[in-house]
Each structure stands twice: as structure tokens, then as C-alpha cells.
Design a protein around this ligand. Sequence first.
Ligand code: MN
Ligand code: MN
Length: 459
Amino acid sequence: MKDNAWTGCTQQQIKEIGLFSQEYKSFLSQSKTERECIKYFSKLLEENGFLKLSDAIANKTPLKQGDKVYAVNMNKALVAFVIGKEVLQKGMNILCAHIDSPRLDLKSNPVYEEDGFCMFDTHYYGGIKHYHWVALPLALHGLVCKKDGSKIDICIGEKEDDPVFGVTDLLPHLTEKEKGFNKLLSKQEEIEGEVLNLIVGSKLKGGSAKAKILEVLQEKGIQEKDFYSAEIEVVPAGKARDFGLDESMIIGYGHDDRSCAYCCIRALIDSQNLAKTSAVMLVDKEETGSPGATGMKSKFFENMIAEVMNLMGEYRELDFKRAMNKSQVISCDVTSGFDPNGKQQYYKNTEAFLNGGVAFSKYTGSKGKSDSNDANPEFIARLRKILDENKIVYQFTEMGKVDQGGGGTISSILAEYGMEVIDAGLPVLSMHAPWEVISKLDLFENYRFYKTFVETTNF
Ligand code: MN
Ligand code: MN
């Protein structure tokens, strides 16, 4: 076992960790989609003196040291800057994290009837184990866009008197021997993605359960064809809460990677006297390979950096390239924590342990480090210095055994600019399950590390 960092904590530190965790749980409970995260963070940034970059562009407001701006991309990605003392061509300190999480999405034409029930058809998003998503209460979050330009926000299943939804499963008596009789068995290989369908109603109208639900939707202003222009995510219903008896852990939906995203934003807000301009990038679509206009592969981020340089009076193509090339990045993403219930899948010496602090992955990828960013030792040595000087608890880790484990992050995309990049985040238990578990101490140490990183001048 690795050292458990709670052992060295003072009463004061335990209090600080508790307070930070309390605020995090509140954030996580109300931010279950990309859009909800952006809404939460935009408000938090504005309350802390960040102005809209779009306003600064429209008014040609010059940006100078100490100014704080942020820009939102299609309500699903965000970049926030604090302008430092030095010119941008010397590079930036960048934190990036993703705010999308595995889930079920409603299909474009989801409503159908089956044996007296009205159902919503889904297509899962990201890497899930299908059998995790049956027999638990689920909520609907998202929006419906109407042809007249209006939008209807959807959030059903979170208030105490709200209904919830679910994918039902067969009882054990029916599934012990009859493999293949019904695809709803309690094993991953037995549950096909296509049968992850929500039951949403069982009353009839004119003999039809679907007609009844369409009537209910109509009362909310939604026609069946409005689902063509809707984005509705099916997520676990309920709040993030303490896990265990000793106030050390939190269970919640979407720790991957909203725990890192939250620490990034709080670190930028709380940072002081920045010599280098610092940025936080929060992206969508990481769980599906970072494509699309709101994913890390989008040009949005470099476009916004160009806009900031322009308002600083520094934009020239070569200087922009230098700014990108000289920047250094922490790719803030979670990793798998060592699980006492699944020891055989791990190689103990290199796994991330809960309560072991910030988990660094020098490289990610799988099978011979394929597609991974492999961080430079020169960069890592500089990071070790600030980690030790600030007494931040950390560990260097891999995900699973060689040839068995592995996974990707957005680090390799940013490395394409020639930036120094390394992955660092929290260890997570039950990662990618509807309810994931993290340590409060790891959460706080990640926040402290991200803050120290953006405040550090002399790399
Ligand atoms: Mn992740
Ligand atoms: Mn993930």
C-alpha cells in the first residue's frame, strides 16, 4: 500500500478539505451535462470579475496585466484567461479538462410503443458497461430547440417530487439458465446497447401508451418531431454525497472529468500575481475522441488565444506560433484508482491509489504506449520542484497492467503545438460507472497543484 496522505493532515487542513468538498458536491449535483457545467462556471467566473471576451472584442477593449476574460463555445466548451505581466509570445500556463461524461443520449426519434409501455430509445455516449445502466433511477437533462427559435430546458428527475425513468432488468429467476432467451441479463456481454431503452409511461390514450405520452409532452410544448432538434442526456438521478463512514470520499455522477474541471476553474479564480498569462480550457467530446466544434480538436481555443493577443496589441502570426509553442499544459484528467475488489487487473507498484494525491501519468495510451503523449523528463523535473516546495501530495502512475490497461486523454492533441504537456488528475473508483468515487484529499491536492502551476513563473 502507498502512503495515505490523511495521516499527515492537520485539523486545519482537514477543515479546508471538507469545505472545498462541500462546494464541489454542490457544483457536481447541479452540473450533469456540458451545458449545465458551462452555465455554472460562467456564473462563477462573472462573480469573480471575469468579463466576456466577446464584449471586449466588440468594444475593442485593450487587455492588460491582471485582466480576466472568458469565452464560451456553443454553450458546451469554455476558455478563461487571466492576463499576466509578460508578453504572450513567452508562452502561457494552460490547464485543460473535459466536461462531458459517459451516459445515454436520446435518439433523434426516440418515442415508441412496446407491449403497452411507452419507451424512449437511446444511444449510449462514451465508454460504458451496458449493465451498469439498468435498474437504477435516471433523470433527463437537456433542451429542445423549437423551429421558432425558442428553447425548452429539460431537467426531470432531480427534485424530490419529480418522476424518474429507468431501464428495467429481469429478475434472477428468469435469467439463470435461459441464456439468450432475453438480452436483458446482468452481464456486460449479455446486454446489448440497443436494449438500453427507458420506460416512460404505461397509461393508455385511445388504446395507445405512446399517444398518452405525446399528450403529456404536448402540454410541455413539445411535439414528437421536436426531438429532431433536441439534445437530451439520460443521467443518474440524485445528488453527489459522502461515501463511507469517515468523511473521506465522495460518490457522484461525472467525477470524470468534472472533478478536474472544477479544480481548474477554482485554481484560476484564486490565483494571484500571475507573471505568465494563464488559461483554463474546458472541452466537450473527450469521451468520443475529441471531435466536433466543441471538442479539443476544434480551432476554437487557438482562435480565442489569437483574439486575446490581438486585444493585447501583440497579434502577429509568428508571435502567435511562439506563444503556442512556448506554452506548458497540465492535461487535467482522472485515472483509474486501485480497487480492492479488482486487484487482478492492476500492477500495484504503478497504480494510482485514493488518498495518494495528484496522480501523474507520464504517458497514457495502451499496448506499447500507442497514441500517447509521453511527457519530457525536463518538464517533469520542473514540476517536481514546485510540488515539493509547496508540499503537494502526488504519485506517478499508470492505468492497469501492461498490454491490458490504458486509455487516451486530450494531452496528445495539445502536444501537437509543441507545448510541454503532462496528464495529472484524481484517481477514481468505479470510473465510467453511473456513480464514481473519489477522495476528498485528492480533490483538494489537485486544486492546490493547479493553482501552484498557474502561479509559477520560472519554468
Ligand atoms: Mn476523462
Ligand atoms: Mn473518461
